[in-house]
Design a protein around this ligand. Structure first.
Ligand code: PBG
Length: 326
């Protein structure tokens, strides 16, 4: 034979050929925008380690949500930064607390046009910065934390969240939250389980984003980067407890985990492209070392290709805008 039996390059010859034969493509409805609101701000506050991302005021958050709707983005994930913190994160339960109020405000702005999601976790609300309450030895007390998560979940559902995102990695959190929602009559409030969430250095910029008080790390509750099999166990448990969606987090250093979870999950799978993943690309682009738009697009497409049905990304609205152009 004097010619290659197969020439994969044929399908790469023109942009139209590549577009038609692409196995995966990005679409705005599967993008979810994480957003921060900080109590007491009068102007949006830039987050230095996440260029382009801000801590919102109520007004700027409402504008960002309206813009996301305009661009066809699928959802928004809200994180609140309270003015006052204490050891038990009490502000998280206040119906007029920063996050619960933000949920109400965003719902009033977007109605059902955007899936309004909220973070069920204590780290933004505790003065020690851990995702749960501490016992006498300073260990994060799993079951005492669950009781607070249950009340927090109901408060967020009362405020109008369509979907709750428990991100604290306490054992049993999905079951306890599901039960509390059912008992409170919130049968249609969905839960996206941060099922396989790893203790990651790439959360660094998020600490600035939420003014975290954490000293030390979260290794007694978040997963160890060395573990792959364990992710399947975490997902199985969350599915058994009633998770409506499961999430893998971070995304880019955990694409094998994402592929494993996508292969076994019976519910849709989300992945969270986290703060450090955002900041790395922004920093390299700002230095002129990579093509910003191409790198962003490729990174999110890679997460989809690995098996994510939805991607949480700080570029959600910008990406959706690009998708509209093309
Ligand atoms: C915990 C939470 C964190 C993130 C989302 N939810 C921080 C952590 O686990 O340390 C990180 C998101 C990001 O880095 O973009 N409430």
């Amino acid at each position: 034979m004097s010619f290659p039996t197969h020439r994969p390059r044929r399908l790469r010859t023109t942009p139209a050929m590549r577009r038609m034969t692409a196995e995966h493509r990005l679409a705005a409805p599967e993008l979810i925008l994480p957003a921060f609101i900080r109590e007491g701000l009068t102007e949006p506050n830039p987050i230095a380690s996440m260029p382009g991302v801000v801590q919102h005021t109520t007004d700027s958050l409402k504008r960002a949500a309206a813009e996301a709707v305009e661009l066809g983005v699928g959802g928004i994930m809200l994180f609140g930064i309270p003015a006052e913190r204490d050891a038990r994160g009490t502000a998280s339960l206040d119906p007029d607390g920063v996050l619960n109020k933000a949920i109400r405000d965003v719902r009033a702005e977007v109605g059902d046009e955007l899936v309004v999601m909220s973070d069920v976790c204590l780290d933004e609300f505790t003065d020690h910065g851990h995702c749960g309450v501490l016992d006498a030895d300073g260990y994060v007390d799993n079951d005492a934390t669950l009781e607070i998560y249950a009340a927090m979940a109901v408060a967020q559902a009362d405020a109008g969240a369509h979907m709750l995102g428990p991100s604290g990695m306490m054992d049993g959190q999905i079951g306890v939250i599901r039960q509390a929602l059912e008992d409170a009559g919130h049968t249609n409030t969905a839960v996206v389980a941060y099922a396989a969430k790893y203790a990651s250095a790439f959360y660094g910029p998020f600490r600035e984003a939420v003014d975290s008080q954490l000293k030390g790390d979260r290794r007694t509750y978040q997963m160890d980067a060395a573990n792959r099999r364990e992710a399947i166990l975490e997902v199985e448990l969350d599915l058994a407890e009633g998770a409506d969606l499961v999430m893998v987090k971070p995304a880019m250093s955990y694409l094998d985990i994402l592929a494993d979870v996508a292969a076994m999950s019976t519910v849709p799978v989300a992945a969270y492209q986290i703060s450090g993943e955002y900041s790395m690309i922004e920093a390299a682009a700002a230095n002129g070392w990579i093509d910003r738009r191409a790198a962003i697009t490729e990174s999110v497409l890679g997460i989809k290709r690995a098996g994510a049905n939805m991607v949480l990304t700080y570029w959600a609205s910008e990406l959706a805008g690009w998708l509209k152009e093309s």
